[in-house]
Design a protein around this ligand. Sequence first.
Ligand SMILES: [Zn+2]
Length: 72
Amino acid sequence: MALSRDKCVLCGKEAVRSLATSRLAEAFGNLGNLKLPLKGRVGLCKEHYRLYKKKVKAERETSLARMKDLYS
Ligand SMILES: [Zn+2]
């Protein structure tokens, strides 16, 4: 089990996914109070991974809406 030793970087629960730190920072914005490695990957638990996906999706929808405005 490669992931069994990983913990969620946000809450310390068992991680189900790992993400590049830069992508995490993009999705969650200000992570200044977290000690994140500048490179590499960090773990996310189920809940925080869901939250991450939600944020990424919201961002994508915002830029899609912006594109629609441009072409309508
Ligand atoms: Zn978590």
